[in-house]
Design a protein around this ligand. Structure first.
Ligand SMILES: Cc1cc2nc3c(=O)[nH]c(=O)nc-3n(C[C@H](O)[C@H](O)[C@H](O)COP(=O)(O)O)c2cc1C
Length: 217
């Protein structure tokens, strides 16, 4: 393959990978889902510990259980935002409408992927301060999550990284028998998108980069 073309394709995908919250109920073939998960596990991790595990929800009753709690969590934490007028067409109202759709149709999406991470105390937490369960190793799991999102994009599947499960994580782990040694890092509804990918709005790297001394752009 022409190397330049390969890079171009990556940049095109990365710059059009929006959070896709409106998904069709059409099933995702098992071979496609497997490809996405295989992309996830190619990610690097400290000492190659590969501390991720996936829980795939596809059955109607599993998705309905999750969707009901997800909706309640959004409504409890984003009351103002979710009931805001969305008459005007702005970036915020478009996002709110998409979130409303996601919340009201979650159970119809073909796959809800729950990405878990092994619990592991960060180095900076002293032994004496290690009380209760350690948090999941977020840093080690996020590269895997990003690979999953990029794989979805490259297969023309929509996905949105979500973290509202934190509000009901204990019940989630109990209901789906997730063992104590794992915590839930993200939940990702996946399906064929109703809308189009990209373009995304991001500030240029130059605005976010400092050279040698902070403040020197
Ligand atoms: C750590 C993290 C948490 C997020 N949590 C949620 C979430 O709970 N629900 C959701 O719909 N999107 C969530 N997102 C997606 C962001 O809202 C989205 O990427 C951002 O608004 C930019 O929009 P875009 O990706 O469509 O350009 C999350 C993204 C990240 C990285």
């Amino acid at each position: 393959m022409n190397e330049n073309r390969q890079y171009e394709t990556f940049f095109e995908l990365a710059s059009s990978m929006r959070a896709m919250r409106r998904l069709k109920p059409d099933p995702v073939p098992p071979s496609v889902l497997n490809k996405i998960l295989e992309a996830g596990v190619q990610a690097p991790s400290g000492q190659n510990t590969q501390p991720w595990s996936f829980l795939v929800l596809q059955q109607p009753d599993s998705k309905a259980w999750f969707a009901e709690r997800y909706k309640a969590a959004i409504e409890s934490r984003f009351t103002g935002m979710m009931s805001m007028s969305t008459e005007k067409d702005t970036a915020l109202t478009r996002q709110i409408k998409a979130m409303q759709y996601q919340v009201n149709h979650m159970q119809e999406f073909p796959v809800i992927l729950i990405v878990c991470g092994l619990r592991d105390w960060p180095f900076k937490v002293a032994e004496a301060d290690r009380i209760g369960l350690a948090p999941p190793n977020f840093g080690a799991v996020y590269p895997c999550v990003q690979n999953i999102l990029l794989a979805c994009r490259s297969l023309n599947l929509g996905a949105a990284l979500t973290t509202m499960h934190q509000v009901f994580e204990e019940a989630l782990c109990e209901h789906f028998a997730i063992p104590d040694e794992y915590g839930v890092v993200v939940t990702i509804p996946i399906g064929y998108p109703m809308g189009k990918f990209g373009p995304i709005r991001r500030k240029p790297a130059a605005n976010k980069t400092h050279y040698e001394t902070w403040g020197r752009h």
